[in-house]
Design a binder for this molecule. Sequence first.
Ligand code: ZN
Length: 61
Amino acid sequence: MNEKACLTCHLISTGSICPRCKTPTLSDDFSGIIIVFDPEGSVIAKVMNIKEKGRYALKVR
Ligand SMILES: [Zn+2]
């Protein structure tokens, strides 16, 4: 499974287009996976402007 992270919203997915923001700007060069279960209660989610559950990369290059 070849996972990629979106350069725009940092969501990790396996497709060729980000399922969240529909952009093709994905990179397989990312580090630091965070899993957000509760976007409302997560400080990291707030800092990263994450509003939906999912797996996100901390850094995407
Ligand atoms: Zn995205």
